[in-house]
Design a protein around this ligand. Sequence first.
Ligand SMILES: *Cc1c(COP(=O)(O)O)cnc(C)c1O
Ligand code: SF4
Length: 362
Amino acid sequence: MAAARPGIAAAEWRSWTWQMQHRIRSAADLGHWIEPGEDERAAIEALATRFRFVITPYYASLMDPRDPACPIRRQVVPRLAELGDPLGLADPLDEVAHSPVKNVVRVYRDRIAFCVNNECALYCRYCLRKRMVGEPEWAMKQRELETALAWIRANPEIRDVLLTGGDPLVFSDDKLAWLLGELRAIPHVELIRLGTRLPVTLPFRVTDALCALLERQHPIWVNTHFNHPRELTAEAAEAVDKLTRAGCPVGNQSVLLAGINDDVETMRRLCEGLVRMRVRPYYCYQAQLLEGTAHFRVPIERGVELFHALRGRTSGFAIPLYVLDTPYGKVPLTYDYLRGREGDDVLVESFDGRIWREPNPL
Ligand SMILES: *Cc1c(COP(=O)(O)O)cnc(C)c1O
Ligand code: SF4
């Protein structure tokens, strides 16, 4: 279990608003938790105005104080490598061009990603929406939220609304209750989804009051974002347990990150730990061509091999679908088990490489 720092009362530590108010924002603050290395210190300076760092005390308590290669540290502490990335783009999915109104991203006919909030509990260094997170120009004013709701109301083919950001659970209960109520009042909105990393980065946000308000607006599906088995703490498990008891199916969307979770054993421990918590691994994303993230990217062929190696060797529902998000939608990156046709037979390959011949006349 992640321990509170000595001197912090348990009631404060477990208060999500206390955690938000005491977030780490400077090298000096960070020094209370870890011994920042040369590279980290220089990067904090150099990136101060580009993509600031913010970390919750809870997430900081999961970091290895002495190991700069710590998979928790690498996700949130700036590194100089962020300055060197020849291919990275600000908006690789061209989301701005796909927005009929501000912060509504429409790639599919029947569903949208609605970036309701530009704030997060902490800033992940590989965040797809780096351009938006923590930046005032992407904040949604009340009037802008209402404009987006009016657009959804006027587009009856939208049956599935994914609230994302930033992080919608950084909203107060009142604001969230208002937003969910407005969406629920739209007859064609069948499904509401929340994309949130707070069960991982600030699990105390999942309060009884939050669960009670979600329960009133079902069906609500939650997708969270665990990337490493070390994030599967007792506190995170408790947050997920509350959400599932409140009737929300909980899925996980991870990002394949070099040196963090791009080996079979780590990915297996992550996925098996998730299903023990009753979280269904849903997607694992290929890291996008996003500015300052070259050091996180894994060649796609290696990613395909990694998930191929899991197939047949753990519970089927513990294996997420490895996908590449593109401006044209999400593309599955899968090993090809269908090996072709010979006459009336189709040849398929088993998880361990044996060929099976299935009679299957055309
Ligand atoms: C990911 C995404 C969705 C949801 O896609 P699913 O495959 O249904 O989970 C919807 N809209 C946009 C823009 C997305 O990026
Ligand atoms: S929690 Fe999600 S939206 Fe927020 S910084 Fe991390 S990846 Fe980006």
